[in-house]
Design a protein around this ligand. Structure first.
Ligand code: FAD
Length: 368
């Protein structure tokens, strides 16, 4: 058992949406994959269609391959500050497109500098979209420890859970189903545990589940109470100089953290970049914990602001993803790692640490 008690697995399988709108200093906006289904073409800055360079099915290849293609192409102009990946559906009928994709049309038109996706190609970049891994569960949503046993009346459903449903590559548009199907399974399981049987074991199970549910309920009530008191302004003033300093510091670290994740734990990974990320994220996690502890002593998260909470959660989660990715050197689906540095070390006679895609000893599932 380690710091996550061995109940978290496959966090390295982060699905990237292939086409989010790329406009510097603007929030990302997902350009639905249905666009490619309707014939949108991926082009570079010169207008050349590039998707078939990566897969015979071109734009309709598996989404991890399309995401990598977009990422690789986007990097090609980076040295000259030229964006090099675009989505182009301007060959389809303009009115039909507006009717078929009204929210995309509205979003692009609402910009200060409006864009028209029916007439021009749109700059794109992949964006982190879904975590296939998470808290390991069985089909009933029971959390399973690395020894295969149920982890003390703990349940999980939704994106937080690692059900194995997706393998290493997320299936499209499953979130509603996951919430409903696994949510219902958890509900049925808990109801069954609570009502089944009259023997000592059943009684013991029932008491443990009831106790866990009471604890969860208490935690939620505490959180709601905190939110209410914060919004009513009854906690420490969030505008005090100390709090403002913490918020700014948390925001700055979070911005840096996002860059580290994108640069080193993104669509295409290498062992050396992952190791760098783990090192830097460990330091950030410590800073985040320190800020959190300081803010707790000065009035809880309401005192220091949600920036501190967001940073704490992002630092722990980011580090866990980076550690999982570093532990798994086999590319598969949403986890893609390039081992060329190690190969070149070997070619230089450095030896040791030799890894390859066919190395049987490499784990396909990182459990942390
Ligand atoms: C931009 C974007 C577009 C997407 N589009 C699609 C799509 O088209 N189709 C699709 O299937 N999926 C899509 N997804 C993925 C999908 O949105 C998520 O997988 C899904 O919303 C996860 O639902 P959830 O209920 O498991 O988790 P969440 O929606 O994350 O809900 C978790 C809830 O728990 C609360 N919470 C967190 N911590 C605590 C705590 N300590 N105490 C109490 N409460 C807490 C959070 O505030 C949140 O309300 C998209 C994701 C993104 C980012």
């Amino acid at each position: 058992m380690n710091k996550y008690n061995g109940i978290v697995s496959d966090l390295e399988y982060v699905q990237f949406h292939p086409t989010s709108l790329y406009l510097p200093n603007e929030a990302r906006f997902l350009l639905t994959e249905a666009l490619r289904g309707e014939g949108a073409i991926l082009r570079d800055a010169s207008g050349r269609a590039f998707a078939r360079d990566y897969h015979p099915n071109g734009e309709l290849a598996p989404r991890d391959i399309v995401a990598r293609a977009v990422f690789m192409e986007s990097q090609k102009g980076a040295d000259d500050d030229v964006h090099n990946a675009y989505l182009d559906i301007s060959h389809r009928d303009s009115e039909w497109l507006k009717d078929r994709f009204p929210s995309i049309h509205a979003h692009l038109k609402s910009r200060t500098n409006p864009m028209d996706f029916t007439q021009e190609k749109i700059p794109v970049i992949p964006a982190a979209h879904y975590t296939c891994g998470g808290v390991t569960t069985d089909l009933n949503g029971c959390v399973i420890a690395s020894n295969g046993e149920w982890y003390g009346n703990l349940y999980a459903a939704g994106e937080a859970a690692r059900t194995g449903l997706h393998g290493g590559n997320r299936l499209a548009s499953t979130s509603l189903l996951e919430g409903l199907v696994y949510g219902a399974s958890v509900g049925e399981m808990v109801a069954g545990v609570v009502s089944d049987g009259t023997d000592d074991k059943a009684l013991e199970n029932r008491e443990r589940v009831m106790e866990t549910m009471h604890q969860a309920r208490y935690a939620i009530e505490q959180r709601l109470a905190l939110e209410q008191s914060t919004s009513a302004g009854s906690t420490v003033s969030s505008t005090s100089a100390v709090d403002e300093g913490m918020r700014k510091e948390a925001t700055a670290i979070l911005t840096n953290l996002k860059s580290i994740m994108w640069d080193n734990v993104g669509v295409v990974r290498t062992p050396s970049k992952l190791a760098l990320a783990v090192s830097e994220l460990s330091a950030m996690r410590d800073e985040a914990d320190q800020l959190w502890n300081n803010s707790s002593s000065s009035g809880g998260c309401g005192g220091a602001g949600w920036e501190v909470v967001a940073l704490r959660d992002a630092a722990h989660a980011g580090l866990a993803v980076a550690e999982s990715a570093l532990a798994n050197r086999v590319s598969g689906g949403a986890h893609y790692v390039v081992l060329e540095e190690i190969e070149s070390e070997n070619n230089n006679g450095n030896g040791g640490g030799s890894k390859s895609d066919s190395d049987d000893e490499e784990p396909l599932h990182a459990v942390i």
